[in-house]
Design a protein. Structure first.
Length: 418
């Protein structure tokens, strides 16, 4: 397997959401769908569609087709509520789709309300190479993120701008607000990104801010990543993950194998004791399979917390400390053994790129077919906690580039050779 590395660039967004009402003659309440988003399933022919409603609806339906004026196909799904006052998350899995095809869709119930028309493009056929571009970022809140949101929304709407988006944990920062604002912050965050989410797949992984609401008034129902797993549906089951929720999973896109790991749970020394399955055994089997797949040229792993970061809370000189050290002990050997190209994370509110590195001091200064993994921190999307000024920290020998002067995001361009 050949290897290459991409630099990540920083930058920023708004929104509105329009819904169409299809009222019934019975005068049923109008319950508009919001937070409409899609994610990849287990193959190019599968897509998950998820949306929110404030109240339960009699059915959960997606109307879809290859023409926005002829949504002839329908699929039905299910609804789930963490607690009635928080509303309902509605999930439908579309199957039998054609690869590399643009589909238009609406969601909701004709009894209570239907969304405007949104769209997605399915993944390329298995084994077929296609260059693609992904926005990657972590740590996006409702405040201090408007530039990032604006830029991502604009890129998704631009022809040949972005194929899809990967958010590497810490979503909305609802737990930084009073208990009665927890649901409000989730709703506002989804509203801001609705233009992107309604037009491109939005993939995620869990961060520490998704663990709970951090208030006794809501922790009884909002702990243990409950909201995160209710609001997002990732291809965990399809990728053989023991986590039937969205905690860790994998999928293929073009010539690249993507893996989301949980840096929050399920390894020795993890920050949270919640258990979703044997992550490390699953990960090794998944990476081994990917490394032997002739269609896989690149392997990209994402998580939330870093192994390598110049942040003083993450490293002491060249050596990872605290939880970063625990992540290194559990995951780095697997990355090396199975030739993982990139590990992309957030958590530290800055941008940093390492040289290819292994075990702290094994460092390659060239990105041309290196033996080791390159580590990217892109936790600078913007939130109320601010950015992390790395000038007060010691710069390690493996640190190649740092940037913390503004909010932003990363762009991953994948081609056949770089």
């Amino acid at each position: 397997m050949s290897h290459a590395r991409k630099d990540l660039h920083l930058i920023g967004a708004v929104i509105t959401m329009v819904v169409m009402m299809m009222g019934s003659a019975s005068g049923a309440s109008y319950i508009p769908p919001t937070a409409v988003h899609t994610s990849f399933g287990g193959s190019p022919s599968e897509i998950y569609v998820v949306w929110h409603t404030s109240l339960p609806t009699p059915d959960q339906t997606v109307w879809y087709g290859t023409s926005e004026f002829s949504l002839k196909n329908t699929a039905s799904g299910s609804s789930y509520s963490v607690i009635d006052s928080a509303g309902y998350e509605n999930t439908v899995k579309l199957t039998g789709l054609s690869p590399s095809t643009k589909y238009f869709f609406q969601v909701g119930s004709k009894t209570t309300g239907v969304s405007q028309t949104w769209s997605f493009v399915t993944a390329p056929p298995t084994g077929k190479y296609m260059p693609f571009t992904v926005a990657m970022y972590g740590d996006m809140g409702v405040t201090e993120s408007i530039n990032t949101v604006n830029h991502v929304n604009a890129l998704v709407s631009k022809k040949n701008g972005l194929n899809w988006v990967y958010h590497v944990g810490d979503i909305g920062y609802g737990d930084d607000y009073a208990a009665d604002l927890y649901d409000v912050m989730w709703d506002m965050w989804f509203e801001y990104l609705q233009p992107s989410m309604g037009s491109a797949q939005y993939m995620v992984c869990p961060g520490n801010h998704e663990h709970s609401c951090k208030h006794p008034d809501c922790d009884s129902y909002a702990r243990n990543f409950t909201y995160y797993n209710a609001k997002f549906k990732m291809p965990s089951v399809e990728s053989g993950s023991p986590s039937t929720s969205s905690m860790f999973f994998s999928f293929d896109y073009s010539n690249t194998h993507f893996v989301s790991i949980s840096t929050e749970t399920d390894y020795p020394g993890a920050p949270f004791e919640d258990h979703y399955g044997d992550q490390l055994s699953w990960l090794e089997a998944d990476l081994q399979k990917a490394s032997q797949n002739v269609n896989t040229k690149w392997i990209v792993v994402v998580g939330h917390r870093p192994i390598y970061s110049s942040n003083a809370g993450q490293s002491n000189g060249n050596t990872p400390i605290t939880i970063a050290k625990n992540i290194q002990a559990s995951f780095e050997n697997l990355f090396y053994k199975y030739h993982v190209d990139l590990f992309v994370v957030g958590h530290v509110h800055s941008y940093e790129r390492t040289y290819p590195v292994y075990k702290d001091l094994n460092i390659e200064k060239s990105y041309n077919n290196p033996k080791y993994t390159t580590y990217i921190v892109v936790g600078c999307a913007g939130n109320k906690e601010g950015l992390e000024d790395l000038t007060r920290n010691v710069t390690a020998k493996w640190s190649a580039k740092q940037y913390w002067q503004d909010q932003g995001y990363g762009i991953l361009n994948v081609t056949d050779t770089q």
